[in-house]
Design a protein around this ligand. Structure first.
Ligand code: AGP
Length: 614
């Protein structure tokens, strides 16, 4: 997704703008640019990595105010002309934008009807905002310097009232060297101000290390931030009091910390995530801190990508431990279904808490009168602020685009709900919880042991060879390992670009088996009880058709060896926690394969960390 960043009141504006852009690289982008708000607006833009922009800004004059942008193309190809900031024809306004302006055609026609000579520099919807603001200002006075701040604010409000769709916006006006206008609707925007310097950003990773506190703008908020202060208004034009919140993350969290990639760092952080996520919530006799509005007769779970896969595992847990039925939907499909009657609880799962599809599903659920619960990582996010209750997974910032530690936290969040509902419905008893508690406390150490096991690293290297030169792969699971098969396939495809699909083992003979040929790498992920024996049968099915079978199972499994070309055995833990151990092996396997193929595992092509457009 696009990222916007703005600074006012700092003498090293150019350096800070580049710093902010670097902090947003993990969001995914294909071009970038900055604009300094001096007497004249000074704009520099480049396609490709930031290293293409940096040489263009080294000799810029000092400035104390500016805006910057990383673009993830939605309207128009990644070209310099389409890169932000976008400017008005007279170069008196510059704008950066994250989101989609849905009435761009009408606005383009409106502008052209007023000025037939008007030329659009780009194919983007965002450029229209610069022209609209310039037009509003000139209606007041052709000399923008003579326009009062109140007149600027009312012009800005007139512009944003014309916009339909989603936007996080920052705009600068030539001659107002200390001011940045801003507005947010269905796209996140935060600001921070220490009395001398103001910062504006799409997410907290830009301000970590630069500020101690942040203010999260609400839907519809808009205003002006200057070196000496900030004015915020709500959608009705009423003044909003600035109530900053302490930044939830430290500088180190958003840094590599000696790891070669954020993805590897975040894979190795999972033992800490288990400790933090369960801390204060799990004891031998009860689940604490999990607020469920009432005892639902039906649960709905919505999420996308990894969050959806975590939701599928949560569904198995909730149905098996509480006997309460669960309907799982991809968030973007939820709204097309029929309402599910009274007493449904809707659980939205989202690492970023800003995924537009999941936010829209939660909005639809609330319109239908359902109570909502969020399993989120960013507890200040829009989803976290919109739902009735949240379970924060406490995973810390997840910078790698491919979600790893967040999946572990999301699954644990689902497990806490399952055990809470299981206790309430008298299906999950105190001795069950006590037994689980004992294993959960040992899980971080088991994970650490597995992550540092040389034998497993060797097995992973051997498994990696099966994928060399291959462009298709399958992951198979059953019951609670089926979600791991889906997640393992997602991880492999999104960072190595190998076409990988996850299937429930029983589905193979209904079609996918036709795709199996000599040497096809197939990862089979062990399950529990009777479903495990069926998976062994699936392994035989594909082996007999020439597949190379990699079986991921636990140390006590004595059957897998005769059903696979390679078996990776991990420490045994509680049945409910075992899938998390298998998932870490899938994460490491995908990471190794992707790196061998020369892929950028932290910023895979075409993908963004948080998809804030539908
Ligand atoms: C998973 O590795 C991807 N990054 C993607 O599928 C992600 O899980 C999905 O976009 C949902 O993001 P969220 O958890 O921030 O809502």
């Amino acid at each position: 997704m696009c990222g916007i960043f703005g600074v006012t009141g700092d003498k090293d504006t150019t350096e800070l703008l580049i710093h902010g852009l670097k902090r947003m690289e993990y969001r995914g982008y294909d071009s970038s640019g900055i604009c300094l708000n001096n007497e004249e607006l000074i704009r520099k833009r480049a396609v490709g990595p930031l290293s293409n922009l940096e040489p263009l800004v080294v000799d810029l004059p000092d400035s104390k105010c500016g805006i910057a942008h990383t673009r993830w193309a939605t309207h128009g190809a990644p070209t310099v002309e389409n890169a932000h900031p976008h400017v008005s024809s007279e170069l008196d306004v510059a704008v950066v934008h994250n989101g989609i302006i849905e009435n761009e055609v009408e606005l383009r026609n409106f502008l052209k009807s007023d000025d037939k000579e008007l030329e659009f520099e780009s194919e983007t919807d965002s450029e229209l905002v610069a022209h609209l603001l310039s037009k509003e200002l000139k209606k007041i006075n052709s000399k923008i310097k003579n326009i009062t701040e109140d007149q600027i604010l009312s012009s800005w409000k007139n512009v944003i009232d014309k916009l339909e769709g989603s936007y996080a916006l920052a705009a600068v006006i030539s001659g107002r060297e200390d001011s940045i206008l801003f507005a947010r609707k269905f796209a996140p925007l935060i600001l921070s101000h220490d009395g001398k310097r103001g910062l504006l950003a799409s997410d907290v990773s830009c301000v970590v290390g630069l500020s101690e506190s942040v203010f999260y703008l609400e839907e519809g908020d808009w205003g002006i931030i200057k070196d000496l202060g900030v004015k915020i208004f709500n959608i009705d034009g009423d003044t909003v009091e600035l109530k900053p919140k302490k930044l939830e993350w430290e500088l180190g969290d958003a840094e590599l910390g000696g790891y070669p990639t954020f993805m590897l760092k975040e894979i190795y952080e999972q033992p800490r995530v288990v400790r933090d996520c369960l801390r204060g919530r799990l004891s031998r006799d009860k689940i604490k801190g999990v607020k469920i509005p009432y005892h639902p007769r039906l649960l709905r779970i919505v999420g996308c990508g990894t969050a959806y896969n975590a939701g599928l595992l949560a569904r198995y847990y909730i149905e098996q431990l509480s006997k309460i039925p669960v309907i799982l939907d991809h968030a973007h499909e939820f709204r097309y279904g029929a309402p599910s009657g009274p007493k449904s609880l809707v659980v939205g799962i989202s690492q970023s808490g800003e995924t537009a599809d999941t936010l829209a599903a939660i909005d639809a659920a609330q319109e239908r009168g359902y109570p909502t619960l969020g399993i989120v990582n960013v507890e200040s996010s829009t989803i976290a602020r919109n739902v009735d209750h949240i379970i924060g997974i406490r995973a810390g910032p997840e910078i790698g685009v491919a979600s790893t530690k967040a999946f572990t936290g999301q699954v644990l969040g689902g497990l806490l709900i399952a055990m809470k509902l299981g206790q309430d419905s008298k299906n999950f008893h105190r001795e069950d919880l006590s037994y689980f508690d004992r294993h959960a406390r040992m899980l971080p150490t088991s994970m650490e042991r597995m992550l540092n096991d040389q034998n497993i690293k060797t097995k992973l290297w051997e498994a990696q060879q099966y994928f060399s030169g291959k462009n298709h792969a399958f992951f198979l699971g059953r019951n609670t390992s089926y979600p791991i098969a889906l997640e393992g396939a997602l991880k492999l495809k999104e960072i190595s670009y190998i076409h990988a699909e996850g299937y429930a083992g029983g589905e193979l003979k209904h079609g996918p088996l036709a795709l199996v040929e000599e040497g096809t790498p197939i990862v089979v992920i062990a399950s529990e009880g009777s479903s495990h024996k069926k998976l062994l049968g699936n392994a035989r099915e594909v082996s007999s058709r020439g597949a190379k079978v990699i079986f991921i199972t636990h140390q006590e499994d004595e059957l897998a060896d005769s059903h696979a070309d390679l078996v990776i055995k991990v420490p045994r833990t509680h049945d409910l926690l075992q899938p998390l151990m298998y998932n870490i092996i899938c994460q490491l396997l995908s990471l190794n394969i992707a790196e061998e193929r020369g892929c950028n595992v932290d910023r895979p092509r075409n993908l963004a960390k948080s998809v804030t457009v539908e």
